[in-house]
Design a protein around this ligand. Structure first.
Ligand code: UDP
Length: 407
């Protein structure tokens, strides 16, 4: 369920809401067309679902289209994704041809009108080839940590990126040498969504029961798509080290994204690895399991995000917003969300993660304090209203004096 803007006043105060309305007076009637590659699974879909209704309430015709593609295309784009995160990948001429052909097919079928075309991540980046045939401003929104990209794929993408009017990255360390202006805007969570709203204790207990989880034993949880870069097997390794000292249980919960062909294979490996340990619950949850994710995070003594690479890591903000003590890898946007030993514990290895989880399980007062600090940090920096404000300012910055804008 989505809430009207006014409802956020109770979380962020009246000034923030007033400012949003004031800014939006200048973008009334604009069409902002978001284009990405999946309607479900992952942070991009999560944000668009929450952001668009508020933009619409503010008078912006916020649209969202998803490009189409077959298995071959998504295999190539998953390789792009991994390679942009720095993974060794080898690309053939055919890979690039498949990518370009698919972008061309989508460009022919998508409506590309509107004041702002907001293209998310590399999958639809080639739509910029239509730049000269439409009268829009083009934004490329990169949600990936591209601080150390594979040069072959980066050099392939660069000529596309440089034709956009502006690029948006999630963290300062991701910015790159580009010929176009860059904005740094971190993602956000919606404090009023089913995934993040307060939940009564009985709802949490019922959900635990449904998943056959013992509420009496401390729970360690990681919520993530089943993706190698989220290192679910590394989480199991760390958890089993902790188990030698503390009687606890692990939940690995996640679903699939329609643009990720690897997830079934990762899930199978995780199931195999966890098979002999009755304290590990591997939960394949369908998309839209927001209340379930909310409850699992709230029921956890420690929430883990042991990613090997991370764009931003919305799951970190989600857990911190619930005041949960976190152990997370010091990668990508996670370091914007967690200050080590202040709002969570950062780790760099399986052993480091195990040590931190054990420390939090054995020191509940310390864990509680970290969770409280984390929540306040999210309130100040990573809620949807701040994100909305950044986007409105970004849209306005695209139209400078001399350009036609609807005022
Ligand atoms: N998520 C979900 N169901 C799942 C796994 C994840 O709804 O099975 C959500 C999660 O709660 C978060 C988002 O998907 O809101 C994941 O965003 P994040 O930035 O953490 O990672 P990404 O998947 O984009 O790499």
């Amino acid at each position: 369920m989505n809430h009207p803007l006014q409802a956020y006043e109770s979380v962020v105060g009246p000034q923030v809401i007033y400012e949003l309305r004031l800014l939006a007076e200048r973008t009334k009637g604009w069409t902002v067309r978001n284009i990405n590659s999946t309607a479900v699974g992952g942070g991009v879909a999560e944000i668009l679902n929450r952001m668009n209704p508020l933009l619409q309430e503010l008078g912006i015709n916020a649209r969202w289209d998803v490009i189409k593609g077959g298995e071959k295309f998504f295999k190539v784009t998953k390789k792009f994704h991994n390679a942009l995160h720095g993974k060794e990948e080898c690309f053939s001429e055919e890979d690039f041809a498949v990518f370009l052909e698919n972008n061309e097919i989508n460009a022919n079928s998508l409506d590309l009108s509107g004041e702002v075309l907001f293209i998310h991540d590399p999958q639809p980046i080639g739509l910029i080839n239509r730049k000269d045939s439409v009268n829009s401003k083009w934004l490329w929104r990169c949600h990936i940590d591209v601080s150390n990209p594979n040069p072959q794929v980066w050099n392939f993408l660069l000529p596309f990126i440089n034709r956009y009017h502006s690029a948006v990255f999630s963290a300062p360390s991701f910015s790159q040498k580009l010929l176009i202006p860059q904005a740094l805007i971190s993602p956000s969570i919606d404090p009023l969504s089913d995934k993040n709203k307060d939940l009564p204790e009985d709802v949490i207990q019922r959900i635990l029961e449904r998943f056959r989880i013992d509420p009496g034993k401390p729970i360690v949880t990681q919520i993530s798509r089943f993706d190698y870069l989220k290192d679910p097997v590394g989480v199991i390794d760390a958890f089993e080290m902790v188990q030698r000292y503390v009687d606890c249980q692990l939940i690995l919960a996640g679903g699939e994204a329609t643009d990720d062909p690897e997830s079934a294979e990762v899930l199978a490996k995780v199931r195999d690895r966890a098979a002999n340990n009755p304290d590990i619950h591997v939960l394949a949850i369908p998309s839209g399991s927001d209340l379930e994710i909310n409850a699992l995070q709230r029921a956890s003594a420690v929430v883990v995000q042991k990613s090997l690479k991370e764009g931003f890591g919305l799951t970190v903000s989600e857990a911190l917003w619930k005041g949960r003590p976190m152990v997370a890898s010091a990668v990508g946007g996670i370091t914007l969300q967690i200050t080590h030993k202040y709002s969570g514990l950062l780790c760099h290895s399986i052993e480091g993660a195990a040590h931190a989880i054990k420390q939090l399980l054995q020191n509940p007062d310390y864990a509680k304090k970290l969770g409280e600090n984390g929540k306040e940090h999210i309130r100040q920096n990573f809620l949807l209203t701040r994100h909305l404000r950044d986007y409105l300012l970004l849209f306005l910055s695209l139209y400078r004096e001399g350009d036609i804008i609807h005022l």
